[in-house]
Design a protein around this ligand. Structure first.
Ligand SMILES: NC(=O)c1ccc[n+]([C@@H]2O[C@H](COP(=O)([O-])OP(=O)(O)OC[C@H]3O[C@@H](n4cnc5c(N)ncnc54)[C@H](OP(=O)(O)O)[C@@H]3O)[C@@H](O)[C@H]2O)c1
Length: 229
């Protein structure tokens, strides 16, 4: 059986299940206390993955923010922040994005074989471009990350990426935060796309924790037997 990292999916949605609104600017769904919780989860991982569209839309830094958490990682012989990972089918990513900033982190970009030369031209100076095969599948990507020493992976979205980890049954845990607002716009990004999900009426996911964090609610689901309370 191929080995893959323990994989934790994390995102925040509106009451009506959207990850964002349809505007150019990022919709803030979490509150400060929850962002701090996410920071702690990040600090506990070896790598964080986001889709290319999230880099283009949100331009996140994807670093551990709290100095004490960065210091604790350094004291443990780890980089201050986990490896950053993304994937792209077309390779149209800006090397000037915060994701690729000259910080202390390793950066990996997975893309299909035919895009590798173009992606290396564009991003080779700021990231390691990995040949993901004819089509980048989450199983192969997960195995490759494991072979690079990633034992614990956090997937922070967006919906396209989350859908693939869920439908391919490659996730061990889901942290779903519900924010107290509606988006109400079908042009906006929903949590997941259509698909055949492993968690259905005859196989329900296990709810392991529900926590109120100010005005948002964190739901923690176990999606595999590897997830322990
Ligand atoms: N609320 C939250 O917690 C949260 C978290 C993260 C993101 N978001 C929001 O989610 C939205 C973006 O979500 P999204 O679903 O549109 O995009 P996404 O999942 O961030 O990225 C999708 C892109 O990733 C690449 N990709 C995905 N699967 C691939 C595969 N199998 N092989 C190769 N490349 C692949 C493609 O990039 P190319 O187009 O470059 O080929 C694809 O267009 C943004 O609005 C963002 O604000 C919200």
């Amino acid at each position: 059986m191929p080995e893959r990292p323990y994989t934790l999916l994390s995102c925040a949605v509106s009451i009506d299940g959207y990850l964002d609104d349809a505007s150019e600017t990022r919709l803030m769904l979490s509150n400060q206390a929850d962002l701090d919780r996410v920071d702690a989860v990040r600090a506990d991982c070896d790598a964080i993955l986001i889709g290319a569209a999230t880099i283009r839309n949100d331009n996140p830094r994807l670093l551990v923010r709290a100095q004490e958490r960065r210091d604790a990682r350094l004291a443990a012989g780890l980089p201050a922040s986990p490896t950053k990972v993304t994937l792209t089918e077309h390779g149209k990513l800006d090397a000037g994005s915060h994701f690729f900033a000259a910080d202390e982190t390793e950066k990996l970009v997975y893309c299909p074989s035919d895009i590798v030369p173009e992606a290396r031209d564009r991003l080779g100076s700021v990231a390691t471009v990995v040949d993901g095969g004819p089509r980048v599948g989450m199983g192969r990507l997960s195995e490759d990350l494991h072979s690079r020493g990633v034992g614990r992976l956090m997937v922070e979205g967006g919906g396209t990426v989350l859908t693939q980890f869920l439908t391919e049954d490659l996730a061990d845990e889901l942290h779903l935060v519900v924010a107290p607002l509606f988006v109400g716009d079908s042009r906006a990004r929903r949590f997941v796309d259509d698909g055949r999900f492993p968690f259905r009426p005859d196989r329900r996911a296990a709810l392991v924790d529900v926590r109120r964090i100010g005005d948002v609610v964190l739901h923690r689901y176990a999606l595999s037997e590897r997830c322990v309370d």
